[in-house]
Each structure stands twice: as C-alpha cells, then as structure tokens.
Design a protein around this ligand. Structure first.
Ligand SMILES: Cc1cc2nc3c(=O)[nH]c(=O)nc-3n(C[C@H](O)[C@H](O)[C@H](O)COP(=O)(O)OP(=O)(O)OC[C@H]3O[C@@H](n4cnc5c(N)ncnc54)[C@H](O)[C@@H]3O)c2cc1C
Length: 467
C-alpha cells in the first residue's frame, strides 16, 4: 500500500515501465472506473490495451483510505441496487453493501438565519414534509417532470422539454415556486440545503435539468432519491471494486504517474499519444476518460468538435467539499442540514455508534485541512463535540480532476452532452461526467466505459483484425 494525501489505500500499484514502442489496439487515458471497465472489456476480447494514469494509483475520483482501523471513502462512496452497472459489478465480484446509519436518524439539526439559529427537529416527519416541498419544486408539468425525463437513461427522449427547462438554474426554479411552496423556515432551509448539497455549490450556478434528472433517477420521490444517493456504501470499499476490475484485465499494461499531454490523430491508421515526459506511444484507437474539467489540458490534433471544446473551456460545476470527521465521543445516529452559503450544508453520522461524521459543503468554503475550522463549523450543530481528526481530499484543486461529481450549468446538458458522448474515431470518450443515466456517479462511469468499449471493439473489428 502507498498513500494519497498521506492516506494508505489499496489501489496504489507498483509502477511499470514502458518497455517498447509497439502499437496498442487501445490506449486508455485515465484509470478511474470508466477507464478500468473499458480496459477489462477490451482486454478480455484479446485487444492489446495500454492504460495510462496521471496519479500513482487507480480509481480516479474514488479511493478507500484505510486509517485508524476504519475504511473511509474519500471520493465516490454510495451506490444502490437500482444503479444497474455498478450493481452488476457488485454481483460479479461478490461484494456487499453497508448502510450509513445517520440517514435513518430520529433527530436532526437544522441551522437557520444564516447559520446563527439552531433547531433540533424530528427527522421522519420533517423528511416527509420536505419530500412534499421537493415534489412541488420538481413538478413542472403536473406529472412530476415525467414529460421532461420520462426515461432518465435516455435523457433526450423529450428533447424539447429538456431544452425548455435547461434554460433555468436551480435558483430560477426556486424563485418561480417559492411562494407556492408555502414552507416553514425549517423546511425552506432543508430544501435549499439539499439542493445546494446535490450540486455542491450555489444553486444559481446549477442547471435545473440536472435536478430533474436526479429526480427521475430517484423515481420522482425524495426519500427514494436520497436512498439511492447517500445511504449504502460498498462494504469492502470502492478501492476493492477498482482493484477487482484491474485484476480481471488480461495483460493490460498500466502506466501510473504518467500524464498524457496530446493526442494526434492526423496520421492514417495510427494515433500518436504524447506523454508529458515527451515520449510518444502509438495506438490504433485512444479512449479518453479524463474528468471533463481537465479535458482542456490535453491537446488534440486536429482540435475536437467545437461543442466539446466549448464545455471543456467553460467546465461543469466544480463541486465542493466532502470530509470525514472523527468525534471525541459517540453521538448516536444524527443528521444535519444548513442552507448555502453555510460551509457545511449536510452532515450525518456514518457508523453504528455515531462517532464518525461525513460532511459536505459548497465551493471550498471549508478548509478541511484545519481541524479547528471543521470543529468550529460542526459546533454550530453540535456545540460540545470535539474533532479528533479530519480526512478528505480537495478534488476541486486536484490538477488531474478539478471537480467532484458531475453537475452541469444551465444549458450545458442540451447543448453539449451529446457532443461529449460522440466518438471521433479513432478517438473515443468515456467518463462519469458524460454518462446518459447516472452521470456524476460510479454507475455512470461504468456505463460510459462499457459503451465506449463496445464502440471501440466495433471499430477495431471493422478496421483491423485482433493482434
Ligand atoms: C467527493 C466525491 C464524492 C462522490 N460521491 C459519489 C457517490 O457517493 N456515489 C457515486 O456513485 N459517485 C460519487 N462521486 C462521483 C464518482 O466518484 C465519479 O463520477 C466517478 O468515480 C468518475 O469516474 P471516471 O472514471 O469517469 O473519472 P475519474 O475517476 O475522475 O478518472 C479519470 C482519471 O483520469 C486521470 N487523468 C486526468 N488527466 C490525465 C492525463 N492527462 N493523463 C493521464 N491520466 C489523467 C485522473 O487522474 C483520473 O484518475 C463522487 C465524487 C467525488 C469527488
């Protein structure tokens, strides 16, 4: 094991050297879940695969840190049996799930009046009332947005309606329905906290259609939606899943701590990948799986489709903070919410006795490297707790990532998503940031990687025989 952010994780792999300049069938850029699943699928079909990863570990935006006898998911965490691609892998590798306990807490703390007033309320009753407010917020068509997102895994089934609502930010929609919602202060605070938490920032910057997508994926129901988003973790850890997929790859060469600088597809029958080191590698195809917000760091010759360039330049929402805090004493099952711009918009206990809290906040408003700052923010909800340690990673400033989970800005889904998904043979694209269904999730990364692996296989079958 080695360390990321000083935290040991299973998915560190001993570096390999590039020993020759032979041509690969596929060069995959990025070893997150989308790159890993594509590497597995293509290598199992006897394709010669090179997997190049800038970090010193696989797993990308997921890694399970092993610390103080526990497992802490520093990036992507929760999955659900209704997420078809990830659940298939859970079954395939014999993994299991464990519940984050605070989601079913009896009591919750809500911060009102710009974080100055603390209210303790019952979770169950208020969760139902919040669900009703969320229904009104989402109900653009009297059928809970089913005319916008009837089939969330085929998000453009009702393209005209998607375009119509994609003009709105989440704040625009809130302003439209604010009066009709007729909410108590607590419910308004909870609604705004949940919306901000979902897009991890200022809801004026988040596209409303992405909310409707989550709503549809959550069966148009808030409690079911939340169960799918934040309740069940992989017991063995996301790193165990990433490692299992890598172990299943057949003769895939993996280069870690290696960044791709450019992809040149101007030559016939061969793509030239240039590494930051200056080394050149030849491939028949290239699969680019880097996060959307760092796509602009790779030079493409000729340039990519203009719509890809447009969103790569502007970026999707960057996301915020996620941290784990170990408390000095157990507090039982507990849940908390506070509206933006409070530095913590949502937090809940994760373990059985309630001494580990997972917290989220918008746009880097919380310095999670500073224990005292985290403790001060948690004390707004829990005045007497002390924090023993905090674990987290600043994904927003990580030069290979620059974002957390995918949330598009207004207009980006209807203008850019299909362009991002479209391959430009011999260059193909996959990412959790460009998936059709669970975009922004591990499931979406797997979906996107599987789709691209199929496209690449078809392309290679058509143009080359197996090597
Ligand atoms: C804090 C946080 C919480 C999350 N919570 C959840 C959750 O609870 N449930 C869930 O399902 N999802 C969650 N997600 C989202 C989920 O983790 C991602 O959607 C998914 O892991 C993305 O996988 P990917 O393979 O598409 O991209 P990534 O995992 O980002 O992999 C892309 C890889 O490309 C590499 N790379 C970048 N540039 C280069 C280059 N030039 N050369 C070589 N390599 C390069 C990167 O280092 C990275 O490893 C969360 C994400 C974060 C950050």
């Amino acid at each position: 094991m080695a360390a990321t952010d000083g935290l040991p994780t299973l998915t560190y792999v001993q570096p390999q050297k590039l020993v020759n300049t032979e041509q690969y069938d596929v060069i995959i850029v990025g070893a997150g879940f989308s790159g890993l699943i594509a590497a597995r699928e293509l290598s199992l079909r006897q394709r010669k695969v090179l997997l190049i990863e800038a970090k010193d570990r696989i797993g990308g935006r997921t890694f399970t840190a092993e610390y103080d006898g526990g497992k802490f998911e520093i990036g992507g965490t929760w999955i659900h049996w209704s997420q078809p691609h990830v659940w298939t892998e859970i079954t395939r590798y014999g993994l299991s799930i464990i519940e984050s306990k605070g989601v079913a807490a009896e009591h919750m703390s809500v911060l009102l009046d710009n974080g100055t007033k603390l209210k303790q309320i019952t979770l169950a009753d208020n969760w139902v009332t919040l669900g009703k407010a969320m229904e009104k917020y989402s109900d653009v068509d009297n059928v809970q947005a089913r005319t916008v997102m009837p089939l969330p895994h085929a998000p453009f089934t009702a393209r005209e309606n998607v375009e119509k609502y994609d003009r709105l930010s989440m704040q625009d929609r809130f302003d439209q329905v604010r009066n009709a919602l007729n909410m108590t202060d607590e419910i308004q605070a909870m609604l705004l906290a949940l919306l901000s938490m979902n897009m991890q920032g200022n809801i004026a910057e988040g596209g409303f259609v992405d909310h409707l997508r989550w709503w549809a994926l959550g069966d148009y129901d808030m409690i079911r939606m939340f169960d799918k988003l934040g309740r069940y973790k992989i017991k063995e850890g996301t790193s165990t899943l990433a490692q299992a997929i890598l172990n299943d790859c057949q003769n895939v060469k993996l280069l870690l701590s290696t960044s791709v600088a450019s992809v040149d597809r101007t030559k016939q029958d061969s793509v030239i990948v240039r590494l930051q080191s200056g080394d050149l590698i030849l491939g028949r195809t290239v699969l680019v799986t880097v996060p959307l917000n760092v796509l602009k760091n790779i030079e493409f010759l000729p340039a990519l489709n203009i719509k890809k360039q447009d969103i790569a330049a502007k970026g999707q929402c960057q996301g915020g903070t996620k941290f784990w805090a170990k408390l000095d004493k157990p507090i039982g099952h507990w849940f908390a919410m506070a509206p933006y711009p409070n530095p913590i918009t949502m937090a809940y206990t994760d373990d059985q006795d309630g001494s580990v809290v997972v917290g989220f906040g918008p746009e880097g408003l919380l310095d999670m490297k500073n224990i005292k700052t985290v403790e001060k923010e948690l004390n707004k909800f829990l005045p007497t707790v002390k924090v023993q340690y905090v674990l987290g990673h600043d994904w927003r400033t990580d030069p290979n990532i620059m974002s957390t989970w995918s949330w598009y800005k207004p207009g980006q889904m209807s203008s850019n998503l299909q362009a991002l998904q479209t391959c430009e043979p011999p260059v193909f694209f996959a990412s959790g940031d460009i998936a059709s269904g669970w975009r922004g999730f591990i499931d979406g990364a797997l979906e996107s990687g599987l789709k691209s692996a199929r496209e690449i296989q078809q392309y290679l079958d058509k143009h080359f025989t197996s090597t």
